[in-house]
Design a protein around this ligand. Structure first.
Ligand code: SF4
Length: 491
């Protein structure tokens, strides 16, 4: 646990507040310098916007702001910190852990910097402390109660669970799996592009970011290039292009390849379930990146240097570009593959047996059928021999064919086939009116009058009310990813 060095704490009182009061309004704005370790604390009637508007703080978003609030049970200290969303450095999980680690130091700084007030009002040492974590990821968007101020200085700061749930409103009750995805850093809104800009993608950050944890990678910055920097392009053979900065003539191909191999080992340890790349980039683009021939003529035939290495190292990993994710069927398909890949890796980690593979396959039967009846049948035959094939060979072949099958788009015709298949389990339970209603909605879906979610919702309603085989309820097809993403409302 970090400890406060009083000599490094710089305190100033803004107009409207003195060292003796008032208690409300009384806000704290705390920032720090990574290079010197100095802490800067402003105490004033409101948050010091100027202090947190510098480019470094805007990028790092590691400021802590706090205020006193008077409640029925007396005053309480509320701290806020920014975990994820908009411009912020690092993954939500990483930032949350850093804040958890460093908030003790922040509290010590507040207590020490505003010492005269605490001496004048000793009851403030007994005031409860609430920490509000702000995040676009709902896993980290929560409020924690952190005990009371007398603990300061003993290095024992942590969320206090002894007084029951920390917040009725904001505490996050979700225990969901951590699905980690790699992403080109500029898509998170971080200004790392060659021109000093970014390419914030709001869907990825604000919507999908609630259910996954992003792991940012910027190949050009991570090989040591500056921001801003010279632009680059792919040159030469489309199958083995060079990464060239045309103005200076510098060739960064080998430097990036060497870096990529080491970086990919780090990413393997993190356990990625997919990667979203920035389109058109010679370093990060996945599809149809311009490759220039010796006469300077471009053809859209290449892939960026880093994605090439990713494909070699993780051949089954779901990969996409942010531009293509604006296409709803492609978006739905990619996210479905990401969550399927997560379940696949969990099976390999926790249940790597023929029985585990059979359970995995059984749960994904209708999903496979919706994407490729051919793969569904072929993989069914493979799994039937699961106990008699060498495990490594079985896993490699099944994994490759499963991935290949899911990458095929689930067309309306294939989806109708699955819906009718599911309806077959209800044929002895539905009244003729219910059957007609369901068949009517399936037909509406086939004719593109309603999205998939419409017949599926009615089908699920009947499946819940009538006795059907247990394996039907276990089908991933019914819940392939968090329903809040509403992907089936658009396909
Ligand atoms: S496209 Fe790739 S290399 Fe370029 S700024 Fe974005 S993350 Fe960095």
């Amino acid at each position: 646990m970090s400890r406060l060095n009083p000599g490094k704490l710089h305190v100033q009182f803004a107009a409207g507040v003195t060292p003796d009061g008032p208690l409300t309004p009384r806000c704290y704005t705390l920032t720090h310098s990574d290079s010197t370790g100095d802490l800067f604390l402003t105490i004033g009637p409101e948050v010091d916007r100027k202090q947190i508007s510098g480019w470094y703080t805007r990028l790092m978003r590691d400021e802590v702001v706090a205020e006193w609030q008077e409640g029925e049970n007396g005053p309480a200290l509320h701290l806020s910190c920014h975990v994820s969303g908009g411009l912020a450095f690092g993954t939500a999980g990483m930032r949350y852990r850093i804040f958890q680690h460093e908030l003790g130091l922040a509290l010590e700084a507040l207590r020490f910097g505003d010492g005269r007030l605490f001496e004048a009002r000793p009851e403030l040492d007994q005031a409860p402390i609430w920490i509000h974590f702000h995040s676009t990821n709902r896993r980290y968007r929560k409020t924690e109660r952190w005990g009371r101020l007398p603990n300061i200085g003993f290095g024992s700061w942590q969320a206090d669970s002894s007084e029951g749930p920390v917040s009725d409103v904001e505490r996050n009750p979700i225990e969901e799996p951590i699905v980690r995805l790699g992403i080109s850093t500029c898509l998170l809104g971080q200004p790392v592009r060659y021109d000093g800009g970014h390419k914030l993608d709001r869907f990825l950050v604000e919507t999908l970011g609630q259910y996954v944890e992003w792991v940012p990678v910027c190949p050009e910055v991570e090989i040591g290039l500056s921001v801003p920097r010279e632009s680059m392009r792919l040159v030469g053979d489309p199958y083995a292009p060079r990464l060239i900065a045309p103005k200076s003539g510098a060739d960064y191909t080998e430097r990036m390849r060497v870096w990529a191999r080491e970086r990919l080992e780090q990413l393997a340890a993190v356990g990625l379930c997919g990667f979203v790349f920035k389109k058109d980039s010679p370093s990060s683009g996945l599809f149809k990146v311009r490759v220039y021939d010796q006469h300077g003529n471009p053809s859209r035939t290449g892939a960026g240097i880093f994605p090439r290495e990713v494909m070699k190292r993780f051949p089954l990993l779901p990969l996409e570009e942010e531009g293509r994710l604006n296409d709803m069927p492609l978006r739905e398909n990619f996210i479905e593959r990401v969550f399927a890949y997560y379940r696949w890796t969990e099976m390999l980690k926790n249940d790597p047996t023929p029985g585990g593979l059979v359970r995995f396959h059984t749960a994904h039967k209708l999903t496979l059928m919706a994407h490729s009846p051919k793969h569904y049948q072929e993989l069914g035959r493979m799994v039937a021999q699961a106990g008699s094939l060498p495990w490594d060979e079985l896993v490699a072949t099944y994994g490759a064919r499963f991935t290949e099958g899911l990458a095929l788009l689930g067309t309306r015709r294939k989806q109708v086939n699955v819906l009718q298949h599911l309806m077959g389990y209800l044929k002895n339970h539905l009244s003729s009116e219910d059957k007609q209603e369901l068949l009517g909605l399936i037909e509406d879906y086939r004719r593109e009058l309603v999205p998939l979610i419409v017949p599926l919702t009615l089908l699920q309603h009947h499946l819940r009310r009538h006795p059907v085989p247990a394996w039907v309820h276990q089908q991933v097809y019914l819940r392939p990813y968090p329903k809040e993403l509403m992907l089936r409302n658009h396909v």
